[in-house]
Ligand binder design. Structure first.
Ligand code: NDP
Ligand code: HSE
Length: 436
């Protein structure tokens, strides 16, 4: 049988990792797919750039549409990123009757509903395992491995750059911007790293996971998003003293009022396995009714871990080339006609415990005034610590843990406390998740 011909759009971190794996493991991969797989064409932006991977026998171009319009190409692998040219490439590939593999979470989260509709009309596959949690086969696990279950919630460390930064800050006391540069040089960060540190990349991924877990359309615009730029080394240390670690989490939960979709830093009890996922590693904890909790762990970014997921998708597509399109695994796990219109909850309705840090003047009555506001707001305090100078009239840091309360109760209380004369800083509020 003829080799399946791949058109690779992008030969950067992930493109090079993908090509390297296809070359190095070609025999095993062909054995699994049932056909040889050959990259015959590739598109890059800068043809003069030195490549870290062997491109012998691959026709290179700087025009992705040449690859997509080539009738000899069977599968288009989009590894450019973003939702500009990448979107045009994917839609044109579908129009031309080609299956697509992509690692592009922004594209799927923002335009996936449309892309899948077009692919469905043509009986084509759009595979995107690499879009979430790099090398971890979390899409396949949720979509196929857990298909017997009603999924209740999932919580994931799904941005390698954020996890790398928080880990290096905690373990090596390094400064935020210094570690971000490291993550960029290691190829973990997005082209625009604010997508990582402001939580947007994790929100793209959570959008995809939630859709597959709960059978809802992709709804990126409804995700509550907070990044890690407000987390300080002091917060990490105080959390540690209280028995917690701070991780950047994506959380999707089904409850009686709808679906929670939120991305933010959170304190997690240090004894949880997921609290000990460090560096660029990612993990997703999924709670489902039949199987109970399952945890998926692996490298969340980088050339070969992500390439591993891309190649697995290519193998899946090759195996499906001759199968009946109506009998394939649906893109979003549920058949298109079975997607549910469940409401997405506003973050103000979402109930969690909180960690709070504030600077106050050390004088009688200050704590009483703060706790009175919490009492009036129906918020129970679990722990209070005072850090810093004991002398009267000096600034001290107050750390508090509260019990579970709705987000809007907390934001009202914070607003009132910040107005007290004795409170000299903005209040840092970080959610606390038990993940039990
Ligand atoms: P890179 O920036 O390393 O690579 C992008 C590639 O696309 C480069 O080869 C670039 O060409 C090429 N390119 C950009 N614009 C064009 C264009 N207009 N025409 C042709 N080629 C173009 O990105 P990554 O490999 O890091 O990321 C690729 C995708 O994978 C993104 O969607 C990203 O979110 C996703 N992803 C990345 C992970 C990672 O660890 N890096 C992990 C999981 C997903 P040139 O080389 O000439 O500049
Ligand atoms: N920038 C992303 C991250 C790449 O750091 O997780 C993997 O999707």
């Amino acid at each position: 049988m003829n080799a399946v011909k791949i058109g690779l759009i992008g030969l950067g971190t992930v493109g090079a990792g993908t090509l390297e794996i296809l070359q190095r493991n070609s025999r095993d991969i062909a054995g699994r797919a049932g056909r040889d797989i050959r990259v015959t064409r590739a598109a890059v932006q800068n043809l003069a750039k030195q490549r870290m991977v062997d491109t012998t026998g691959i026709e290179l171009t700087d025009d992705p549409m040449q690859v997509v319009n080539d009738p000899d190409i069977d599968i288009v692998v989009e590894l450019i990123g973003g939702d500009g040219i990448a979107r045009e490439v994917v839609l044109r590939a579908i129009e031309n009757g080609k299956h697509v593999v992509t690692a592009n979470k922004a594209l799927i989260a923002l335009h996936g509903n449309h892309i899948f509709e077009k692919a469905q009309e043509k009986g084509l596959m759009v595979a995107f395992e690499a879009a979430v949690a790099g090398g971890i086969p979390i899409i396949k696990s949720l979509r196929e491995g857990l298909s017997a279950n009603r999924i209740q919630w999932l919580a994931g460390i799904i941005n390698g750059t954020c996890n790398y930064i928080l880990t290096r800050m905690e373990q090596d006391g390094l400064d935020f911007s210094e570690v971000l540069k490291e993550a960029q040089s290691l190829g973990y960060a997005e082209a625009d790293p604010t997508f990582d540190i402001e939580g947007i990349d994790a929100a793209h991924k959570l959008t995809i996971l939630a859709s597959i877990a709960f059978g809802i359309p992709l709804q990126f615009d409804k995700v509550y998003v907070e990044g890690i730029t407000g987390v300080t080394i002091d917060d990490i240390r105080y959390a540690g003293e209280l028995g917690f670690r701070i991780k950047h989490l994506g959380i999707a939960r089904r409850n009686q009022d709808g679906i929670e979709l939120r991305v933010h830093p959170a304190l997690i009890p240090e004894q949880r396995l997921i609290a000990n996922v460090d560096g660029v590693m990612n993990a997703a904890l999924v709670m489902a009714d039949a199987v109970g909790p399952t945890l998926y762990y692996g490298a969340g970014a980088g050339a070969e871990p992500t390439g591993s997921a891309v190649v697995a998708d290519i193998v899946d597509v090759v195996r499906a080339l001759t199968s009946d399109p109506n009998n394939r695994v649906p893109h979003l796990a549920f058949q298109p006609g079975s997607l549910a219109a469940l409401p997405i909850m506003h973050i103000g309705q979402v109930e969690t415990a909180f960690y709070l840090r504030m600077s106050v003047i050390n004088r009688p009555g200050v704590l009483a005034a703060i706790t009175r506001i919490f009492g009036d707001s129906e918020i129970s305090i679990a722990t209070i610590l005072q850090k810093g100078h004991d002398a009267k009239g000096k600034e001290v840091t107050i750390i508090m843990l509260t019990q579970v309360t709705p987000g809007n109760y907390m934001s009202n209380a914070v607003e009132q406390i910040e107005k007290l004369d004795a409170v000299t800083s903005k209040i840092t509020a970080i959610r606390l998740e038990n993940l039990a």
